[in-house]
Design a protein around this ligand. Structure first.
Ligand SMILES: [Zn+2]
Length: 243
């Protein structure tokens, strides 16, 4: 497999989803039965669920946080981190739908966490109030230091707008390569990123053992934990090498 080398003057936007973390043992977001770890998403991952039953929602995210705290980045996270460290975070823009923090744990300097993070809390009234870090279970009495309202998990729920959309679209508008890794490609707005990048002339590549289909020039139907190290090695060797 020799993929085209990214434009040496250009930037890459790399969007990752659950497939990137699958080899680390992080459960994919929703199984085929539509349940997430045995729960309906409407019970645990919507603003309505939070208002109806904050205890259940807190417990659900506490369990996710504790189980994610035990998993380690895999070779796919390491490859993306290596590419960003080598080419710089201005040129390699990592955008992830994952809330597991594994790219950061792998050492990535800059990660746009568009769906938030399991390892932070936010104010239930305003996403731009302080977002304290958290590793264990959430104290149910914890409140926002700015306005005193209850704190909730800093994750984007169904019915809420993902974070950093202006930054992401700005990056898509000028990137020369767009790489999608392990995302279903079905959930908007992320599902529209590849079309946006392609319409701006970017080289579009998908890495996914079950390709989602979309406006890609190249599809690598393989797990990211084996495909990404090889691709990154090839790219870091330079456009003149091997291909
Ligand atoms: Zn607040």
């Amino acid at each position: 497999m020799n993929l085209p080398h990214p434009n040496p003057e250009g930037t890459l936007v790399i969007l990752s989803g659950a497939g990137l973390s699958a080899a680390s043992g992080v459960p994919t977001f929703r199984d085929a039965d539509g349940l997430w770890e045995g729960y309906e998403v409407t019970q645990v991952a919507t603003p309505e669920a939070w208002h109806l039953n904050p205890t259940l929602v807190r417990r659900f995210y506490d369990e996710r946080r504790l189980s994610c705290g035990e998993v380690l980045p895999n070779a796919g996270h390491a490859a993306l981190t290596q590419l960003q460290q080598s080419w710089g975070s201005q040129r390699v823009i990592l955008v992830t739908q994952n809330i597991d923090g594994l790219l950061t744990l792998a050492g990535a300097d800059s990660v746009i966490e568009m769906h938030g993070s399991l390892f932070r809390l936010r104010c239930e009234a305003a996403a731009d109030h302080p977002t304290p870090a958290l590793t264990g279970g959430q104290d149910p009495t914890s409140t926002c230091e700015l306005c005193g309202r209850p704190l909730r998990p800093d994750v984007v729920w169904f019915g809420e707008m993902p974070y950093f959309m202006d930054d992401i679209y700005a990056a898509l508008n000028h990137c020369t390569t767009f790489l999608s890794v392990g995302t279903s490609g079905l959930v908007y707005p992320a599902a529209g990123f590849s079309a946006e990048a392609r319409s701006r002339g970017a080289l579009c590549i998908e890495v996914n053992p079950k390709p989602a289909g979309g406006p890609y020039h190249h599809v690598v139907d393989e797990g990211s934990e084996t495909a990404l190290p090889r691709m990154v090695d090839q790219w870091m060797e330079g456009p003149g090498a091997g291909g």
